[in-house]
Design a binder for this molecule. Structure first.
Ligand SMILES: Cc1cc2nc3c(=O)[nH]c(=O)nc-3n(C[C@H](O)[C@H](O)[C@H](O)COP(=O)(O)OP(=O)(O)OC[C@H]3O[C@@H](n4cnc5c(N)ncnc54)[C@H](O)[C@@H]3O)c2cc1C
Length: 545
């Protein structure tokens, strides 16, 4: 396929708005608006009394037809349905969203578009600032209704608030449905009865036990109305673009092919494979702490996170499918280590992200300990660019960029290394790097886990520091994981694979890897940094800041 130039791509779009869309969600007023859930005031929860009218279903996440309450609502309301995806310039920035993450999302959009086309419809993709795009679309298509899914991160909530205000002015009624979490987050907030959300998993599990199981998934939407002819055949509204067509990404070449392809169909296939693994025994024996960080083919966990993140897989469907398998066995692992337990971790962090102010940062975040991190740019760069001289850390950071996914324990090791373990650099910096490169990059989960690993919240055993040598060696004594991601060390003898600086020069020459030239010397002495940082942590915890 010929790749259109940047100009062609821009010409092909119907509305291109370049107004300033910088999020004002950091202002105290915006925070207050969010905290008071003002969104609730403008939305309609029942369609009983509504006459059918032209309806936009605005896809952001929930890139699927199965268990999609927003799409179902839109179909109920629509005399005519406009499935819309807005490429928001706030996100379209290779410094913010890396190649693999963006590619994965475009694949999810393509798959959704493919499904819609079976109903003589398609995904209408428009580039621009969402509030303005929606206003123009509503005016052009004379829409009565706008439906979208509830989002919980700060930027989205602030954006949605602006959308609701603008739609109110236009007389367009909005319907906001829950669909990205097991439970409606506002329902969970109401169940807190004004109390703070639980911050420990054990209390969260007790909390949801009182509420009961999450709602069952709804039927896959199958009665999508056809799109009006001129839009279906229109080339003035872009098709789902190729990544090379997106301004800013056109010059980036894919680091290496990522083994995970986006889309609802891939998500359902992958979920099914997990459910069928060892006739369900794999599911009921799953215990997260016992999974291996270095298994690559297949990975030792489901790798469903990127699909759940984009909403290509409904988390409720996954939950109930796991439950179905679990119910057919008498012996099974339990939350928090079981697979259902993993979904509860997610739910827990979503609830915290929804209710704790400034959850994604240190300042103003009541959960987060203030630790006097120090920024050393050259150390940070070495970490981010896989140049620390510690092969396991560098292999992991290479995997992050090439695949956009890491096993949970690998995330632990690199996060600990950057923060309290070795480099004493703020978790906020690590969180940004993960957000950019992870194909499952998720606002609430990422922030929560970074706080956890840096002992800034949830976890206090700061004396437990991951060794970048001894820890991975337990799983992979021959260093195959390192050899896979760091070809420069491919021929290093087992004895030196985790500590190549100890290899005699003769060995280094034999394997064509001279330390300090072909592969870096360690940027810090792990044992020394660990001791020093534990002392700093003792100070922090004694001060109880
Ligand atoms: C520093 C750090 C940053 C992280 N950032 C993210 C992120 O941005 N997005 C993200 O989805 N996960 C994040 N995690 C959590 C976890 O590592 C991934 O969810 C998991 O590795 C995804 O792989 P999987 O789908 O095979 O997980 P599985 O073990 O198969 O679990 C199934 C699902 O449960 C959820 N889940 C699993 N572990 C966790 C967890 N600890 N917290 C919350 N939900 C969980 C995910 O949706 C996952 O797909 C982070 C962990 C750390 C330590």
């Amino acid at each position: 396929m010929a790749i259109p130039s940047l100009k062609q791509w821009q010409r092909n779009i119907l509305f291109a708005f370049h107004n300033d869309c910088s999020p004002s969600c950091n202002t105290p007023r915006a925070r207050t608006l969010l905290a008071s859930h003002i969104i609730q005031k403008h939305i309609h929860m029942d369609t009983g009394t509504h006459i059918k009218g032209p309806t936009i279903v605005w896809f952001r996440k929930s890139l699927r037809l199965h268990d999609n309450p927003t799409l179902q609502r839109a179909v109920q309301l629509a005399s005519e349905l406009f499935p819309l995806f807005i490429l928001d310039p706030y996100y379209i920035n290779p410094d913010k969203i890396g190649f693999q993450r963006f590619r994965f999302m475009l694949e999810c959009m393509k798959d959704l578009d493919h499904s819609l086309r079976k109903y003589q419809s398609k995904l209408l993709v428009i580039y621009g600032e969402p509030v303005n795009v929606l206003e123009n679309c509503c005016k052009t298509w004379k829409c009565s209704y706008l439906c979208f899914e509830k989002d919980s991160d700060i930027y989205s909530r602030n954006r949605d608030e602006k959308v609701l205000q603008r739609m109110k002015g236009l007389g367009v009624q909005c319907f906001v449905e829950s669909g990205h979490t097991l439970y409606d987050l506002d329902m969970l907030v109401a169940k807190l009865n004004g109390n703070s959300p639980p911050t420990q998993m054990t209390s969260f599990l007790k909390f949801i036990e009182q509420i009961g199981p999450p709602p069952k998934p709804i039927e896959t939407v199958r009665n999508i109305p056809p799109l009006r002819k001129e839009l279906l055949s229109s080339i003035s509204i872009s098709k789902v673009p190729e990544i090379e067509e997106i301004p800013g990404y056109e010059l980036i070449t894919e680091p290496t092919p990522c083994p995970f392809q986006g889309g609802e169909s891939k998500a359902l296939e992958r979920m099914q494979q997990a459910l069928n693994r060892e006739q369900g025994k794999w599911i009921v024996r799953f215990s997260k702490p016992h999974t291996s960080p270095v298994s690559l083919d297949p990975p030792s966990t489901t790798v469903l996170s990127p699909y759940i993140k984009c909403g290509a897989l409904s988390v409720r469907l996954f939950f109930w499918e796991l439950k179905r398998v679990e119910d057919s066995f008498s012996v099974k692992t339990k939350p928090p280590v079981s697979l259902i337990g993993q979904l509860y971790w997610r739910e827990h962090f979503y609830l915290l992200g929804y209710t704790i102010p400034h959850f994604d940062q240190i300042q103003g975040n009541p959960l987060c300990k203030t630790i006097p991190w120090e920024h050393r740019q050259e150390w940070f760069q070495a970490w981010e660019q896989a140049q620390t001289g510690y092969p396991f850390i560098d292999a992991a950071m290479t995997q992050l960029k090439q695949w956009g996914w890491l096993h949970h324990l690998t995330r632990h090791v690199v996060a600990c290394f950057l923060t309290r373990g070795d480099l004493w650099i703020s978790w906020e910096k690590g969180k940004e790097t993960f957000e950019k490169y992870l194909i499952d990059g998720d606002w609430s989960i990422n922030a929560a886990n970074w706080m956890w690993l840096s002992c800034s919240a949830f976890f206090t055993r700061y004396f437990r520091v991951y060794s970048p040598i001894a820890f991975p060696k337990k799983y992979d004594p021959h260093g195959n994981y390192i050899r896979y991601f760091l070809p420069v060390l491919r021929n290093m003898p087992n004895k030196y694979i985790y500590e190549p600086w100890k290899a005699p020069l003769k060995v280094q020459k034999e394997v064509n890897c001279i330390l300090g030239k072909d592969y870096p010397l360690p940027i810090v002495d792990h044992e020394e940094m660990k001791k020093r940082n534990i002392q700093k942590m003792i100070q922090v915890f004694q001060n109880k800041s």
